[in-house]
Write a protein that binds this ligand. Structure first.
Ligand code: NAP
Length: 282
């Protein structure tokens, strides 16, 4: 039985971070200041605390300064907007990451829009999204950006290919579909109201699973030789694709963990350094 080649996100992410660290050191030599990422966390949700800590640690290792703003769970939209505007105006901060989801009492969109697009290294503002959709310069949402880098690394040219994106969230499914469209794939989005998901997946040359449902994508629905990108991350290190069967049919496949996951932080760090490099006067 044939086995797909694994798309090694850990190795690619390591190379991106090494390159990013060199650029950060160079910038510090030239300007006297390291790139700086501000992380903002509302409340103390344990998973969010862990994610932010992980991002700070990675920043430190790459020579990127991180500044953390911890806000109480009762923070209002106006207070959060005020914090993000102040960071947007602070010349010593180059990238801003608002850890989300924020509490239900906060208008998340209003908060995101308080981030200066030039510092929107997590690609969450409407401005970043439209720039990405129009193929204009700007910061992309990190996981979709990481997925495109993985495709490039393994010489997968989306042009003319049938790409099926399962999931349409604002941070993952929708933008990855737009990026694939920008690279001339024929893109189909699937979501919770899609009828007969299997028959759509069976058509795909490239499948992106971005759902959050363990093993939703059945291996037997993977077209022989297809590229399978599993962005899902479910408890127990399980992806959205039934890996054991899919690996026997796909041409290329991302493992979980070690596929898409490591790429997200790598792209975040890279975009932070790019934001610091692009600021006026550098
Ligand atoms: P999300 O906001 O919950 O969106 C899930 C999407 O899946 C929605 O569009 C939903 O459709 C769709 N969906 C749900 N059930 C479905 C079904 N039975 N059939 C087809 N589509 C279905 O999730 P997300 O934030 O995009 O995250 C998705 C997964 O990626 C999660 O496992 C998450 O942990 C992972 N993730 C990983 C990274 C990383 O760094 N590797 C980053 C972000 C997310 P509707 O729109 O109709 O509700």
């Amino acid at each position: 039985m044939s086995q797909a080649q694994l798309m090694d996100g850990t190795a690619l992410a390591r190379r991106i971070v090494e390159d990013t660290a060199k650029r950060a050191a160079d910038l510090k030599d030239r300007t006297g200041a390291a790139p700086c990422l501000a992380t903002v966390l509302v409340g103390e949700d344990p998973a969010s605390v862990t994610y932010v800590r992980m991002k700070q640690n990675r920043c430190r290792k790459a020579g990127i300064e991180s500044r953390h703003v911890a806000l109480p769970a009762a923070t209002t939209t106006a207070e959060l907007v005020g914090t993000l505007r102040a960071l947007s105006e602070d010349p010593t901060v180059h990238g801003i990451l608002l850890q989300h989801p924020v509490g239900p009492h906060i208008d998340e969109r209003a908060a995101f829009e308080a981030i200066d697009p030039r510092k929107d290294v997590d690609g969450v503002t409407l401005s970043s999204y439209s720039a990405m959709s129009f193929g204009l310069p700007g910061f992309v949402s990190c996981t979709p950006g990481g997925i495109m880098r993985l495709l490039d690394e393994y010489d997968v040219d989306p042009a003319g290919k049938r790409a099926v994106v399962v999931g349409r969230s604002a941070i993952l499914g929708k933008p990855v579909g737009m990026l694939l469209l920008g690279r001339d794939a024929t893109v189909t989005y699937c979501h919770s109201r899609t009828k007969d998901l299997s028959s759509v997946v069976r058509e795909a040359d490239i499948v992106v699973a971005a759902v959050g449902r363990p093993r939703l994508i059945r291996g037997e629905d993977v077209k022989p030789g297809a590229v399978v990108i599993d962005a899902g991350y479910n408890p127990g290190n399980v992806g959205d694709v039934d890996f054991d069967t899919a690996v026997t049919r796909a041409g290329l496949i991302t493992p979980v963990p070690g596929g898409v996951g490591p790429m997200t932080i790598a792209v975040l760090l890279e975009q932070t350094v790019a934001a610091a490099e692009r600021r006026p006067g550098v």
